[in-house]
Design a protein. Structure first.
Length: 210
């Protein structure tokens, strides 16, 4: 029993270490805490709220609140998972976020609404300030401070959609960190997402532009 438990412990600990390193890198360069793409840089398969099993309770909201009280920008993205059927731990996090991201399917699973405007209204009612719904080739829906509309995507020839949502989040949050408003940040997110889908795989576009 010892060896299997040791392997499991090392595996789990390595995942946590990679995520922690990712947070350090992103916060150190952008001065913001984000659950939208910090993990993607270091452990892409584990990105997204419902995939991080150790925080699927009310404890995360406490840390998010502490971060916001210190003036740190907070964001959170979700990922498709069977755990979305029991999202109670997410609700306490929403009032502590500067921006909440999901795609249209995830928004429907969590809210029971299909129209982007209705999905956004639902999350606003739960305390979220800014809601951004990723809509693939159609762009994204931004709902923030009285603004609510679809921001069209850049039209490109699609090769592979893997990583497009993460690319969008990276572009969006980088733009916000540089001082752009939400509207312009969404346009940049759409542009980065469009770059990603023109290449095969999730990271090739980043390697080509190093």
């Amino acid at each position: 029993m010892f060896v299997p438990q040791l392997i499991n412990g090392l595996t789990q600990g390595s995942i946590y270490a990679l995520i922690a390193i990712g947070f350090v890198i992103i916060f150190g360069t952008m001065n913001l805490v984000t659950f939208a793409h910090g993990e993607v840089y270091m452990a892409g398969a584990f990105a997204g709220y419902f995939a991080l099993t150790g925080i699927l309770d009310d404890s995360l909201s406490v840390y998010l609140s502490q971060a916001r009280n210190k003036g740190i920008f907070t964001s959170l993205d979700v990922v498709r998972s069977e755990r979305m059927d029991k999202p109670e731990g997410l609700w306490s996090c929403l009032p502590q976020l500067d921006v909440f991201l999901c795609n249209a399917y995830e928004g429907w699973r969590l809210s029971g609404k299909k129209e982007p405007s209705k999905i956004a209204e639902y999350f606003h009612s739960m305390g979220t300030r800014a809601v951004i719904i990723k809509m693939g080739a159609e762009g994204c829906w931004l709902s923030y401070d009285g603004y609510a509309d679809r921001i069209p995507s850049v039209k490109v020839e699609t090769v592979d959609t893997t990583g497009a949502g993460d690319g969008f989040a990276a572009g969006l949050l980088s733009a916000l960190a540089k001082g752009d408003d939400f509207l312009q940040a969404c346009r940049i997110g759409n542009e980065i997402g469009a770059r990603v889908v023109r290449e095969l795989g999730a990271v090739r576009v980043w390697l080509k532009n190093r």
